[in-house]
Design a protein around this ligand. Structure first.
Ligand code: NI
Length: 167
């Protein structure tokens, strides 16, 4: 296993829509292990998408269990080819991202989502969650479509903030 380097905005890989994973082979399994280790290596990190470590593949890992805003939580979630199949509600929330280290931003997200895809063993997986974990899932799926939180703010002037402290 290895901690992988994080690509930083404006790296082009972050802006490219990622491809579906055709099958989970040894290379994909290793990438998932390394992504998980990379996420846990960054204190306060609650999710990571494959483009952030240089792979335009629809893979993400999430673990919101340690975050103070988390209510409902599934601990470590590995998602391959995730698709949001249901969303409800709306909230404006302050987000950050390892790939945009110097800023945070106010982003509008659904409060509750259902996501369908495959788990790390290639089995069908459906997760319905709400609150902070639902927001992390939406943020990571955005990465797979080539979007960063800075693409989602209503106003670049009012809704982007320079970070004062790092976790
Ligand atoms: Ni991010």
């Amino acid at each position: 296993m290895a901690v992988l380097p994080i690509l930083i905005y404006p790296n082009k890989t972050l802006k490219i829509p990622s491809s579906k994973v055709p099958q989970v082979d040894e290379n994909i399994s290793l990438l998932i292990k390394n992504m998980t280790e990379t996420m846990y290596d960054h204190k306060g990190c609650v999710g990571l998408a494959a483009p952030q470590v240089g792979y335009n593949l629809r893979i993400m890992v999430v673990d919101a269990s340690k975050h103070k805003k988390t209510t409902l939580c599934h601990n470590l979630i590995v998602f391959i080819n995730p698709v949001i199949t249901k969303k409800e509600g709306a909230i404006i929330i302050r987000e950050g991202c390892l790939s945009v280290p110097d800023y945070t931003g106010n982003v509008k997200r659904a409060t509750k989502v259902t996501v369908n895809g495959l788990d790390g063993n290639s089995n069908p997986q459906e997760i319905t969650t709400e609150g902070f974990e639902a927001i992390v899932l939406q943020h990571e799926i955005d990465h797979l479509d080539g979007y960063l939180f800075i693409d989602r703010v209503a106003s670049l002037k009012r809704d982007i903030f320079r970070r004062k402290k790092y976790q």
